[in-house]
Design a protein around this ligand. Structure first.
Ligand code: NDP
Length: 498
């Protein structure tokens, strides 16, 4: 019996990984599958390249990275079209994704010297005869494993910052989006062609696993929490440090003094952009009693206007066909346990599409509230006040981003969310702010990409002390005397003892 190929599901054909469009089934990419030996050889080559790249110095790297940025910016439509063709994402959404990646590349290139470069730090009284020097040195080779839902923005969050910090990078793109990953590598090679500073290895999950065991000096993983655990376990064997950007179940809290039109617009976009296949997408909304009904009306009006289809629409196909069953299960489970569909609902899943669905009064213990749905669905639940909203928001082990709409209490509520990021009176905006770190807590992972923390994530702090004068109180030597120790005791009591 021959297996029927489901459009969008990647295939291996004669040693090639073939990606296909989820709406049409048309072939989008065909790339050689890497064997474990290929992965190892790529890392060995990248290690040699990393020495050359680090040796170039920060100014030369900056100049080349900015040239790569210019290439991406000038070919934004071409890359966005490829993202659309391979993953099904609407072209407009793909353009926004590429532009956000360009912004991060620009910031990382421009700020690497300031954030990572050598600097003097203050000496303390106890060691005043030494000067203190700090700098951040590259790891060497960074392995990057990426997901399919933002195949440009997400890996660039690691790649750009790792390269700017002076590392070489080996990327394992998702099996659903290898052509986009290869496009990034090829466009970089047009600017930096001396050494394979940035390379890709293609294949299924086993190639990602091989990358974890290939001797890379750090592994940056973005994907599901379940795979993140496997990546961490594999990297633990060699004590390879990891960065885990995993899933989320982000909430929006709408307070009584919120601008309801703005909140509804942000909930619909934040929840349904990229057909809801967004790690930081809004999946749950908690709206305070009093504004609940008017807020829900506004959300339904807006979400009901969205168009669904393959081209030129607001909502594209679900990229990973197997996710359709997860979305269907979450909707059915919510409805079976007392939730109500005020838009879409039981028949919303029409492969490869899912019609926008808004569910209200969904039990907090249902799958639609507790698990990542990754579809164009929103749950909206009524809460007494923002305290109850915060308690429900924080009840899950996920803690990636979040959003708050309101005036007086909004900043305080954003701080109380157990998450790595939050947006006040907008949704998802922290992702585009290249000056801010991006990452989660709990089941959403740890470590940070973006911003100064994102640069430091890909470098090792190197601390150096340098003698600048003779020691007046030489106690870290066997030449010390009892009198030196007595003076040390006197000093510690005088300065720290009170
Ligand atoms: P997966 O966890 O299924 O896959 C992520 C990557 O890991 C893919 O490249 C995959 O390869 C690879 N992989 C699979 N098995 C292994 C293994 N054993 N060892 C090493 N690598 C492996 O996630 P998805 O691609 O489905 O992405 C969606 C998930 O990513 C969602 O949970 C989403 O929330 C999360 N995400 C998180 C973000 C964040 O910044 N926190 C951003 C974007 C998405 P292959 O595709 O070949 O199986």
């Amino acid at each position: 019996m021959t297996a029927v190929h489901v459009p969008g599901t990647p295939m291996i054909d004669d040693g090639r990984l073939v990606s296909t469009n989820p709406a049409t089934g048309a072939e989008a990419g065909r790339l050689p599958v890497a064997s474990p030996a290929d992965v190892e050889a790529t890392v060995v080559q990248a290690r040699a390249a990393s020495e050359w790249w680090a040796g170039l110095g920060v100014a030369a790297r900056r100049e080349r990275l900015l040239r790569w940025r210019s290439r991406l910016a000038s070919r934004v439509e071409e890359l966005a079209e490829l993202v659309h063709v391979e993953g099904g994402k609407p072209v407009a959404e793909s353009v926004v994704e590429v532009v956000t990646a360009v912004e991060h590349l620009d910031w990382a290139a421009r700020n690497a010297k300031r954030v990572l470069g050598p600097r003097r730090v203050r000496s303390r009284l106890m060691l005043a005869e030494f000067s203190a020097h700090l700098e951040y040195q590259p790891y060497g080779v960074v392995g990057v494993i990426g997901p399919w839902n933002y195949p440009v923005f997400t890996p660039i969050g690691s790649i750009a910052y790792a390269l700017a910090a002076g590392n070489a990078v080996v990327l394992k793109p998702s099996e659903y989006t290898p052509a986009v990953g290869q496009w990034l590598v090829d466009s970089f090679a047009e600017v930096v062609n001396e050494e394979p500073v940035f390379a890709a290895v293609h294949g299924l999950g086993d190639v990602g696993a091989a990358l974890c065991r290939s001797g890379v000096d750090k592994l940056a993983f973005t994907g599901s929490t379940a795979t993140g655990r496997k990546v961490m376990a594999a990297c633990a064997e060699s004590l390879t440090p990891v960065l885990i950007e995993a899933g989320g179940k982000d909430a929006m809290i709408v307070d009584t003094d919120a601008d309801l039109d703005a909140a509804a617009s942000a909930a619909v976009w934040g929840g349904l952009t990229n057909a809801g296949q967004t790690c930081i997408g809004i999946e749950r909304v908690y709206a305070v009693e009093g504004i609940f009904d008017s807020f829900v009306d506004r959300v339904v009006q807006r979400a009901g206007r969205l168009t669904v289809g393959a081209d030129g629409t607001d909502i594209g196909p679900i990229t990973m066909p197997s996710q359709l069953e997860v979305i269907r299960r979450h909707i059915d489970d919510a409805l079976a346990h007392g939730g109500r569909a005020v838009l879409g609902g039981a028949d919303a899943v029409q492969p490869p599409y899912v019609r926008p669905t808004v569910l209200v009064d969904v039990p907090e213990d249902s799958a639609a509230i507790r698990e990542e749905t990754f579809g164009p669905t929103l749950t909206i639940n009524r809460v007494r006040d923002v305290d109850e909203a915060v308690a429900r928001t924080n009840a899950l082990r996920y803690g990636l981003g979040g959003s708050v709409f309101g005036r007086r209490r909004a900043m305080a509520v954003a701080r109380r969310m157990r998450s790595g990021m939050a947006s006040v009176n907008s949704a998802l905006t922290f992702a585009g702010m290249s000056t801010l770190p991006f990452g989660g807590v709990g089941d959403s992972g740890f470590g940070r990409i973006h911003g100064a923390d994102g640069l430091r994530e890909f470098a090792r702090p190197k601390a150096i002390t340098r003698r600048r004068a003779r020691s007046l109180l030489p106690v870290t030597t066997f030449d010390r005397t009892d009198a030196d120790i007595a003076r040390l005791v006197k000093i510690v009591k005088r300065f720290y003892g009170r």
